[in-house]
Design a protein around this ligand. Structure first.
Ligand code: COA
Ligand code: ZN
Length: 306
């Protein structure tokens, strides 16, 4: 029986996973202000943007302006998504030192998202990962739709394991296993994680939950009991993939931190600073964000007796 990790790495993906899914295009200056506020929270890693086709994701077309303008803090890794060699060249030109390549466990989603088969995506990543490794960059490999696909429904753990093996063979440093549409339940986590842990090692495994159906924290808890110690989340609970119909926000960073800190698990991240970043973002996207902790913090503030 694995004991629950005493320390957890929380990777903030709001500036990428969150902002890619907003209907309106957020001004570059507002993205930078959001990242600046996130920077005060002390994250070990922030996923800043994507060097993907601006036709696929117009929301992040300003990646080459955003990335170099981020005031990088010591102790924080600043990563970006890269789908192909074109994106890698743009990332290198912008001064990026950590990338993430991304494929999926289901063919239909991979086609919709990056217009490739899974095998083509692995072939496209081969030169990208080789360039990254030669430059000493950290490389993460995402596997989306690992617990369910918006087009195909159920996804077998064996399929995730197969894709994981291919990414590991390319030389990625870390796998992030995504519940892109937020369908996973804890028993699925319990089924899949041990297989991936055996393949990659627990310390190279991150889990990326969306909270579409309210199961994200339950899934985190199941994963903690299996020894997983890296989780992705987005400030305020923003997020989703425009090519995954029905996908709602990422697990909210505030909700994750509240649970972890309450359990005595250290993250090194300042929850109040995350609330400030989300509160700012809410004014930019002009809608209330879904994080339960954030909502509770806002209503407590409103009912404070002066
Ligand atoms: N950066 C900027 N432009 C790029 C690019 C990149 N990384 N990759 C391709 N392009 C441009 C091409 O130059 C081409 O432009 P043109 O029409 O002006 O000639 C256009 O995008 C299409 O390129 P092509 O190589 O034919 O790719 P595609 O249409 O098959 O799309 C991807 C493949 C991977 C580039 C695209 O699907 C993509 O960027 N997807 C990302 C989706 C995403 O980020 N989802 C959320 C994360 S889960
Ligand atoms: Zn996501």
């Amino acid at each position: 029986m694995t004991t629950i990790p005493r320390q957890v790495r929380v990777v903030e993906v709001g500036p990428r996973d969150g902002l890619q899914n907003e209907k309106t295009i957020i001004p570059t200056a507002a993205k930078l202000r959001f990242i600046e506020l996130l920077n005060t929270a002390g994250f070990p890693e922030i996923e800043v943007t994507s060097f993907v086709s601006p036709k696929a994701i117009p929301q992040l077309a300003d990646a080459a302006e955003v990335f170099p303008a981020v005031a990088q803090q010591p102790g924080t890794r600043y990563s970006v998504l890269v789908p192909n060699e074109r994106g890698m060249a743009r990332a290198v030109a912008a001064g990026v030192a950590a990338i993430a390549v991304f494929t999926a466990a289901s063919e239909s989603f991979t086609r919709a998202n990056i217009n490739m088969t899974i095998a083509e995506s692995i072939a496209a990543f081969r030169p990208v990962v080789a360039t990254a490794r030669a430059a000493g960059m950290h490389v993460r490999g995402y596997i989306s739709t690992a617990f369910g696909c918006p087009y195909e429904g159920a996804v077998a753990p064996a399929q995730v394991v197969r894709v994981a093996a291919e990414l590991l063979a390319l030389g990625v440093d870390e796998l992030s296993i995504g519940d892109t549409i937020g369908v996973a339940t804890p028993n699925q986590v319990t089924d899949l994680v041990p297989l991936l842990a055996e393949q990659a090692g627990l310390d190279r495994l991150a889990l990326h939950f969306h909270d579409t159906r309210g199961t994200a924290l339950a899934n985190v808890l199941a994963a903690l009991h299996l020894g997983v110690s890296t989780f992705d989340s987005a400030a305020g609970g923003v997020g989703g993939c425009p090519y995954a119909p029905g996908a709602a926000g990422n697990l909210a960073t505030e909700d994750l931190l509240y649970m972890l800190h309450g359990m005595g698990i250290q993250t090194g991240i300042d929850l109040a600073a995350v609330v400030r970043a989300s509160s700012y973002l809410a004014t930019i996207v002009q809608r209330p964000l879904t994080s339960k902790y954030l909502q509770a913090a806002i209503s407590a503030r409103q009912t404070d007796i002066p």
